[in-house]
Design a binder for this molecule. Structure first.
Ligand code: BEZ
Ligand code: MG
Length: 545
């Protein structure tokens, strides 16, 4: 019998559903793979232009187009050009002066998208010729990355975090803490953050800035304008406790951002020394606890920046998951720690700590963690597009679960939209699944690429499975809908079979594995159907059918 709910409750539910639909609708959905050397087609540009036109760019004198007119204006621009779009907006009361710069930007982007020097540059690079450098970034955040086919120049690590990155990150740190507090009634005492190199290049250090905000410090530039130090934001101004942060940084980050690794380590040590009440300074609280518990010195107790051993990269968690080479989930977290338990920074005597094995320190630091977090900064690569998110954020979360004896809250932010969005891992997996894996716009775009497209669909399902293995974050309906969409629809199965039976077979096997490991609760009749499809694909691959 249906439960009766009040009119207000019903309205609230309908509104929440509406918001979710709008969120999926507004998400920029990649509609296929980039083909090396080929310019993108104009049909795919409208969504991209709308996204580019939705950001203020004060440095370029560009004002964002208001949400209410953006769709019509960009369509007009694509169909009839700048003047026509400007006229349309004038009728809606927006002056040509304010709107012209944004269309000038779109024109530049449009022209540059049509130029493609990738093949030419590759050949010149192979000949040992000079390749013009260009910035590495997300196209929406920085359209100056176009044209492609240039040498990506990195960043000055002493400029990180930039003033903009630091300013933008306050809302993210607050959003994270508010979200945790609303769900748990208090702030988390410690959080584990994942920091990647390329992401911090693209955002000029947003991930770094978020860590500094959680600690309650701000970056300080020296006489040479290099960010080499931090200063404390007084508690009164901060208005909340300082959060203990455990940072696991990628090997790429460690290599590219050596001064930033030092900055982060310095920030933790500075905060640990502040004479403040322990309930308002969790770094100090934990460092003192550990000195007492382990009879270690303050230097060892304040280690918080971890990465691979020098010269090593990656967590290897993805290989273990993809090859099904594991029995117990905790092995995945243990592997993460084995790979990442090397400390970086500088001790109080000024001695460099450069990848010193610090397994006990990392175990201890993770044992206090209550929330884990990673920033997503691009529309192009999300949670299920690559295996790196689950190997890092999933890996560290699994490691925390064993050491803290409780699963942490797992969050992601996306700093892509106008307003900052903090989502739980489960919410993000659902959103990614709806926006990509199960979205005809996405998978039809992939299937246009034939063999590679099917492999991409299978990758998405396997990466989703990675979130079951490391964090049990995948709803049953997701696997059920994957089966319905790709395997139980006969014409779709035929297409996959034709284009790439290997990936189709892997996809079925992954679904069966999801059930076998207890991540997908589903009727036996469904499993029987899957086994039958698996057998027939095997026959096909072996040339029996
Ligand atoms: C990085 O940029 O640090 C990174 C990129 C891909 C996977 C892991 C890390
Ligand atoms: Mg489940």
């Amino acid at each position: 019998m249906a439960k009766t709910i009040s009119k207000d409750e019903r309205d609230a539910k309908v509104f929440a559903l509406y918001e979710q639909l709008v969120e999926i609708e507004q998400r920029l959905i990649p509609t296929g793979l980039h083909v090396f050397g080929r310019p993108s087609s104009s049909g795919e540009k409208t969504d991209l232009f709308k996204m580019i036109a939705s950001f203020d760019r004060p440095e370029a004198g560009v004002c964002a187009l208001p949400e209410t007119v953006i769709d019509a204006a960009v369509r007009e621009f694509v169909a009839a050009g700048t003047d026509s779009a400007i006229r349309l907006l004038e009728q809606k009361g927006l002056s040509a002066e304010t709107t012209r710069p944004v269309f000038a930007l779109l024109e530049t982007v449009s022209t540059r998208l049509q130029t493609n020097n990738e093949m030419d540059s590759l050949v010149r690079a192979l000949r040992g010729e000079f390749i013009e450098p260009g910035p590495g970034a997300d196209i929406i955040q920085n359209p100056d990355i176009l044209p492609t086919g240039r040498n990506t120049h990195a960043i000055n690590p002493y400029g990180v975090p930039s003033a903009v990155a630091y300013a933008r990150s306050e809302a993210v740190a607050n959003g994270l803490l508010d979200r945790y507090k609303s769900e748990n009634g208090r702030y988390p005492e410690a959080m584990a953050l994942v920091l990647w190199g390329l992401d911090n290049i693209k955002t000029q250090g947003e991930g770094v800035a978020q860590a500094l905000w959680l600690l309650g410090v701000r970056p300080v530039r020296d006489a040479l304008n290099r960010t080499t130090s931090v200063e404390v934001i007084p508690l009164g101004q901060l208005g909340r406790p300082r959060i203990d942060v455990v940072m696991t940084v990628s090997g790429i980050f460690r290599d590219l951002f050596s001064p930033t690794v030092q900055l982060l380590d310095k920030a933790v040590r500075l905060v640990a020394q502040l004479d403040e009440p322990l309930e308002l300074n969790y770094v100090r609280k934990h460092v003192l606890e550990q000195i007492e518990q382990d009879a270690c010195d303050a230097d060892d107790a304040a280690v918080r920046v971890f990465s691979n051993a020098p010269g090593n990269y990656g967590t290897n968690v993805k290989f273990m998951v993809m090859d099904s080479q594991w029995e117990r989930e905790e092995t995945l977290g243990d592997l993460f720690v084995t790979r990442k338990c090397f400390a970086y920074g500088r001790d109080s005597k000024g001695h460099a700590i450069e990848g010193r094995e610090a397994r006990v320190a990392m175990d201890r630091a993770l044992s206090r963690v209550e929330a884990t977090y990673q920033n997503i900064d691009t529309f192009e690569i999300g949670l299920t597009d690559v295996d790196h998110y689950f190997e890092y954020l999933g890996g560290v979360s699994k490691a925390v679960e064993k050491r803290a004896k409780a699963r942490p809250a797992i969050y992601l932010s996306d700093t892509l939209s106008r307003e900052v969005k903090i989502r739980t891992l489960e919410e993000t997996v659902r959103l990614e699944t709806r926006a990509k894996t199960l979205n005809p716009k996405w998978y039809e775009g992939m299937l246009k690429h034939g063999f590679r497209g099917v492999a991409e669909i299978e990758n998405h399902v396997s990466n989703t499975f990675g979130w079951s293995a490391t964090a049990d974050a995948v709803d049953d309906w997701i696997y059920s809908e994957v089966a319905n969409t790709f395997l139980f629809d006969e014409s779709m199965l035929e297409r996959l079979r034709e284009l790439n039976p290997h990936s189709a077979h892997s996809l079925v096997q992954r679904l069966l594995e999801a059930n076998g490991r207890g991540y997908w609760d589903v009727e036996d009749s469904v499993l029987e159907k899957l086994r039958e499809i698996s057998r027939s694909l095997e026959d096909q691959l072996e040339g029996v059918a």
